[in-house]
Design a protein around this ligand. Structure first.
Ligand SMILES: Nc1ncnc2c1ncn2[C@@H]1O[C@H](COP(=O)(O)OP(=O)(O)O)[C@@H](O)[C@H]1O
Ligand SMILES: [Mg+2]
Length: 232
């Protein structure tokens, strides 16, 4: 067991408007899995991802990543965890505008003691010919590839993706999913993908269904579909 969540609760707001948005999340994910977290808008997917990512504080429960319990870490330890263990990919790419594609990806590699070769990544991501361009010279798909490259460059053991295809058209989305699949095959990265697109769940070893801050179902699939065969 790699990721282990024990009765996690998260609240937003103060006093009268205090609201429980995660209502006791209990589940685990094995190392090397592709896991999809599926649920309608507002169900708490991003909140849960941000807790796993150490970006927001866990109010109740425990969250283990490997042997580490995030809920007892100091902010310094959390920073170290984020730098060393995690790759994070957002729906809106968050690239540094005045760095080129190559430099954006390198900025991920610098964080790691065992980075993936940036040249190799540029090739795998199909960005070799664009490596000297700036983000505003790229299509949405190319920007997302660059963001994936930056997240992967440090060779993270856990890759968190929040709606990674949310801003992309159908064909570019499939392209990005195939890329994630290939990175999983090549580097054995554990990948957690948040989405509201239930077709994407077909490429997962484990699907966690979230609704209204609670897990309503978990499905395990030892033989997921190839990303290229998924249609929606
Ligand atoms: N920073 C915040 N402050 C207050 N409420 C929030 C905040 N972030 C999210 N919420 C609320 O928490 C619930 C879950 O949100 P979110 O995790 O973003 O859902 P999802 O990613 O599944 O669309 C929603 O009701 C949302 O309005
Ligand atoms: Mg969200």
């Amino acid at each position: 067991m790699y990721l282990d969540m024990k009765d996690i609760k998260k609240f937003y707001g103060q006093g009268e408007s205090r609201m429980m948005v995660l209502k006791g999340i209990q589940c685990s994910i094995e190392k090397g899995e592709i896991c999809v977290l599926l649920g309608p808008s507002g169900s708490g997917k991003s909140t849960l991802l941000n807790l796993i990512g150490g970006i927001e504080e866990i109010d109740e429960g425990n969250l283990f990543v490997g042997q580490q319990d995030l809920t007892v870490m100091s902010s310094k330890e959390l920073g170290h965890y984020r730098r060393k263990t995690l790759g994070f990919i957002f729906q809106s790419y968050h690239l540094v505008p005045n760095l080129t594609v190559k430099e954006n990806i390198e900025s991920g590699a610098y964080l790691s003691s065992s980075p993936i070769d940036v040249q190799e990544l540029l090739q795998k991501l199909g960005l070799e010919e664009h490596k000297n361009k700036y983000p505003n010279q790229l299509s949405g798909g190319q920007q997302q590839r660059t963001a994936i490259g930056r997240a992967l460059a440090k060779n993270p053991s856990l890759l968190l993706c929040d709606e990674p295809t949310g801003a992309l058209d159908y064909y570019t989305s499939k392209d990005i999913l195939q890329l994630l699949e290939r990175m999983h095959q090549d580097y054995g990265t554990t990948i957690l993908i948040v989405t509201h697109n239930d077709a994407i769940a077909k490429m997962a070893h484990r699907v966690i269904y979230l609704k209204d801050g609670q897990i309503i179902d978990i499905q395990v699939n030892p033989h997921p579909m190839a990303a290229k065969d998924i249609e929606w």
